[in-house]
Ligand binder design. Structure first.
Ligand code: 13P
Ligand code: SF4
Length: 319
């Protein structure tokens, strides 16, 4: 606790010294989320993180999250310095979608509009027509489907299938998934629901189909937090990374939050619904990058220019 307080104080003064602001995702450690808010930064879903960075006047953005979030910030703010606590914090969706292979797949389907999830590299984004996050995927696909466009979607197959089922869009899919959300188990969830018949089930759309089908609310991290805050229920079963409970507890302190069951439930699994890459962010490495200026995210101006187009398209659509 003493060390934590010292580090927090040091980070606060280093942020001021560096004209920096901390932008954190809801899956990072609670202490980082709270520090971001205390210091005038934000804790948010990936769509709001991107937008916050463009609107804040700080010259250094410190992004506590995973690499694609830092890259998106850099692409949108080429003049700003973007630092991340750990450059190895990646994402299974990003890892499972190498740019050269994805580009070949797009080349094989030239008549398709390419829509990629934000959880991808700058190069994959640069090959796309649209970037979407979970918070905006549905209305964007709806919009494209209405125009009669055929869609090549990548890389999250679960989110892709979810929006395809709701919109009836003509879509083909790159086969990626999130290793964290893949762990949620539908049969165990059915059993848990029987034990808590009045609980609302909240599910992130990166989860498998049979889990999504049992949901009362399917949405981005922000949407799930709003559901806990606004729904007239006392109990919630939550199928997403457990980091989200920090904000949920703050906005709805009297409510009961239950983790949805994962494969390792009841056994030794300590980390199934905890993204290992989000977990790489800590007070220690955050302080270190602010002291040294290491771990700067760099994206070449040519690549950033190409990748900015589909990201801006998303932000303009969302505005
Ligand atoms: P959100 O856009 O809902 O915050 O999701 C990002 C993510 O990585 C979920 O696993
Ligand atoms: Fe990627 Fe899944 Fe981690 Fe989100 S939770 S950053 S989708 S691996």
């Amino acid at each position: 606790k003493e060390e934590e307080l010292q580090l927090k104080n040091e980070i606060k003064s280093l942020l001021v010294k560096n004209n920096g602001v901390l932008v954190a995702h809801y899956y990072t450690a609670g202490v980082l989320q709270d520090l971001a808010e205390e210091t005038g930064g934000c804790v948010a879903d990936s769509l709001e993180m991107a937008r916050f960075g463009t609107e804040h006047p700080a010259s250094t953005l410190v992004v506590a999250g995973v690499k694609f979030m830092g890259e998106t910030s850099k692409i949108l703010n080429n003049e700003k310095r973007v630092l991340m606590p750990d450059l190895n914090a990646t994402c299974s969706l990003d890892e499972g979608c190498p740019a050269d292979m994805f580009s070949d797949y797009c080349d094989q389907h030239p008549e398709h509009t390419v829509v990629v999830y934000a959880n991808t590299s700058a190069k994959v984004k640069a090959r796309s027509d649209w970037v979407v996050t979970s918070g905006i995927a549905l209305p964007i696909i709806e919009h494209l489907a209405k125009k009669g466009e055929k869609i090549l979607w990548g890389p999250d197959k679960h989110l892709g299938r979810y929006v395809q089922q709701l919109t009836g869009a003509d879509m083909i899919f790159w086969p990626g998934s999130c290793v964290v959300h893949e762990e949620f188990r539908s049969v165990a969830l059915e059993r848990l629901k029987k034990l808590h018949p009045d609980a609302a089930v909240l599910v992130h759309p990166e989860s498998p189909e049979q889990v999504v089908q049992q949901a009362d609310v399917v949405g981005s991290t922000t949407a799930l937090i709003k559901a806990v805050q606004n729904m007239d229920r006392q109990e919630f079963i939550v199928a997403t990374d457990a980091g989200i409970f920090n904000k949920m507890r703050q906005v709805a302190p009297g409510k009961t939050l239950i983790e949805a069951p994962t494969m390792g439930e009841g056994a030794t699994c300590q980390s199934c619904a905890r993204c290992p890459w989000m977990g790489m962010n800590s007070l220690q490495n955050l302080a270190e990058v602010l002291r040294t200026g290491q771990n700067e995210i760099l994206v070449s101006p040519e690549l950033a220019e190409k990748a900015r187009v589909p990201i801006k398209r998303m932000l303009d659509f969302a505005a």
